[in-house]
Design a protein around this ligand. Structure first.
Ligand SMILES: *[C@@H]1O[C@H](CO)[C@@H](O)[C@H](O)[C@H]1NC(C)=O
Ligand SMILES: *[C@@H]1O[C@H](CO)[C@@H](O)[C@H](O)[C@H]1NC(C)=O
Ligand SMILES: *[C@@H]1O[C@H](CO)[C@@H](O)[C@H](O)[C@H]1NC(C)=O
Length: 250
């Protein structure tokens, strides 16, 4: 009885050892495609986004939803805005519109539609619409149905164990702000609630122009965070766990 028990335990330990030595690094929400057809890539990307955006601590991949903006200074014409203790949410629900991979040409195209909320504290010093501004308070920006198109130049490289990986060489993107952006900003003009509300109403009525000025640095920052996060993931997980298509010669 006892001997059998020991034997079974031994077997379990060996089995665990064997399976761990061949275990995949990729988390189970990664469903590799057998070809680089768009239809499969779109589905695989959509499957991965909700979990991927939570972060993958054991691979050193930080969270994208929420992601934290500690301190982001933005110099606008006439006004210096600083975002503090910011939190960006919504990326886990992005809808994948298109994915194309050209493995030989090192091109990867990704198009998503997202609702994004940015919340945090801000300071704003300078002049806004003729008025001297010295604001400090809470802000919330809601972006509805923005469409982000990324065109990524990829590369391949080998890690220290000789396994192939995807890499990101450079990227370009376009960001269409979508249908509507709602700004909620408290205390734009310290001690003058009436003027603060008037200007806030103006910002919301003219959200498209306002956002073109103001949004670019925020979006650049967010894209950089996203790309840096993807790089960490590709550094950690080998090519052959992401795509079941032979890697091109490189
Ligand atoms: C890839 O092929 C394997 C084996 O035929 C199959 O089990 C798997 O479902 C396929 N994967 C996709 C994403 O179609
Ligand atoms: C974004 O929010 C709008 C309005 O609430 C909703 O109709 C739309 O489906 C959402 N889009 C995505 C990509 O989740
Ligand atoms: C992107 O982020 C990395 C790491 O956080 C940083 O070193 C780099 O300067 C950033 N690049 C841009 C263009 O902001």
């Amino acid at each position: 009885m006892c001997e059998k028990h020991v034997f079974v335990s031994f077997f379990v330990v060996v089995a665990a050892f064997i399976s761990s030595s061949t275990a995949l690094l990729a988390p189970d929400f990664i469903h590799p495609c057998n070809s680089s057809e768009s239809e499969c890539l779109i589905k695989a990307t959509q499957d991965a986004i909700p979990e991927f955006s939570k972060g993958i601590p054991y691979l050193g991949v930080p969270s994208l939803d929420p992601f934290i903006i500690d301190n982001l200074p933005i110099q606008l014409p006439g006004v210096k805005v600083t975002f503090l203790d910011g939190k960006v949410t919504g990326l886990r629900k992005c809808q994948v519109l298109n994915v194309e991979a050209y493995l030989e040409k090192n091109v990867f195209i990704l198009e998503v539609r997202c609702n994004i909320t940015i919340k945090g504290k801000y300071t704003a010093v300078g002049r806004l619409l003729l008025f001297p501004i010295n604001g400090e308070g809470d802000s919330k920006i809601k972006i509805v149905n923005s469409v982000i198109k990324m065109n990524i130049k990829t590369k391949y490289f080998k890690d220290a164990d000789g396994r192939d990986h995807f890499g990101i060489k450079s990227y370009r993107y376009t960001f269409d702000y979508g249908e509507r952006i709602h700004y909620t900003i408290s205390n734009l003009f310290k001690g003058n609630a009436e003027l603060s509300n008037t200007v806030l109403r103006f910002l919301n009525e003219n959200w498209r122009v306002v956002t073109e000025e103001f949004g670019q640095p925020v979006v650049d920052y967010a894209m950089n965070v996203t790309i840096e996060t993807a790089k960490k993931f590709f550094d950690a997980v080998p090519y052959d766990e992401l795509l079941y298509v032979p890697i091109p010669k490189y």
